[in-house]
Write a protein that binds this ligand. Structure first.
Ligand code: SAM
Length: 280
């Protein structure tokens, strides 16, 4: 039984970081005509209402995308991401937030392929009704960790994977490592993007070092911390994106953006960022 629903969290600070990185990687891949395959192992519903009861319950987008929405000083690369959100809100009012499949749909070219996995039946149904008939897109109501195997290597030998689990229990941390280890044996050259939460769990703290040990040809790790944990040590302090085989341009792009994101999304004086990399 899956309890997690991304609709509660859509457009929060973690989505902002994740989807900026996601956009940068896809823009990089688009520089070459040769087709690529994008695999989203934990796709979610594809898009979310910010006026619906789920988003309204926690209003997390207010401290995320809403802080960027009305600004006229967006750095160019952030503006590119916000433009994606604007395309999803054609009447100009922020009422919907695009999930990773929607960003992919906006950025992929006709020659590219999209493979989406979503285990939750309701979110899968919403996703299938949104993108099910789209050329080049396959949607599976199946486990993305297991399903990834069958998608690699892509026929064109160009590809990227977004792995964005809900980390509901403790198992997802180990499954991230196991499925990436397997994926790298099938497709060592792929770009792998892993999102993880900054929470007080040993598994979360250890994940970056375990990912680093897997990285065959280099990695980039970006973390954005925006808030303090509550008095019991609960909450989401921030989040990280760990990219294996990152585009060589990504480090400098994120280095330029992160101080601005800390400034705009930070909720306390200690808000900060981390960037580390090992180049290929
Ligand atoms: N990637 C989405 C985005 O950026 O818009 C958000 C995904 S959300 C964080 C994680 C999703 O994974 C949830 O919709 C959840 O139902 C789904 N999920 C959980 N376990 C899964 C599994 N083993 N395989 C595929 N999907 C799973």
């Amino acid at each position: 039984m899956l309890a997690y629903r991304h609709a509660f969290h859509a457009g929060n600070h973690a989505d902002v970081l994740k989807h900026i990185v996601f956009t940068r990687v896809l823009r990089y891949l688009n520089q070459k005509e040769k087709p690529y395959r994008l695999v989203d192992t934990h796709a979610g519903a594809g898009g979310y209402s910010l006026e619906g009861q789920y988003a309204q319950k926690k209003n997390e987008y207010v401290e995320g995308i809403a802080r960027l929405w009305d600004r006229d000083d967006l750095p160019e690369l952030v503006a590119d991401y916000v433009d994606g959100v604007r395309q999803f809100n054609p009447d100009g009012k922020l009422t919907q937030y695009p999930g990773s499949p929607a960003f992919a749909q906006m950025l992929l070219r006709p020659q590219d392929q999209l493979r989406l996995f979503e285990l939750h039946n309701t979110d899968h149904r919403i996703l299938a009704s949104y993108l099910g008939d789209t050329k080049g897109v396959q949607i599976h109501n199946a486990d993305g960790f297991d399903g990834l195997k069958g998608t690699l290597p892509p026929p064109s030998r160009r590809g990227a994977v977004l792995m964005d689990p809900s980390y509901e229990g403790h198992h997802d941390y180990g499954r991230v490592i196991a499925s990436l280890r397997d994926a790298l044996t099938r497709f060592a050259e792929g770009v792998y993007m892993v999102w993880y939460p900054q929470v007080t769990k040993l598994e979360a703290a250890q994940l970056p070092r375990r990912l680093e040990a897997l990285a065959p040809k280099g990695f980039l790790h970006v973390r954005l911390t925006v808030q303090q944990l509550d008095q019991q040590g609960f909450g989401l302090a921030g989040s990280g994106m760990f990219i294996l085989n990152p585009p060589y341009t990504l480090h400098d792009e994120m280095q330029a953006l992160m101080p601005w994101l800390v400034e705009v999304l930070g909720q306390y004086d200690g808000a900060n960022y981390l960037i580390e990399q090992r180049a290929a």
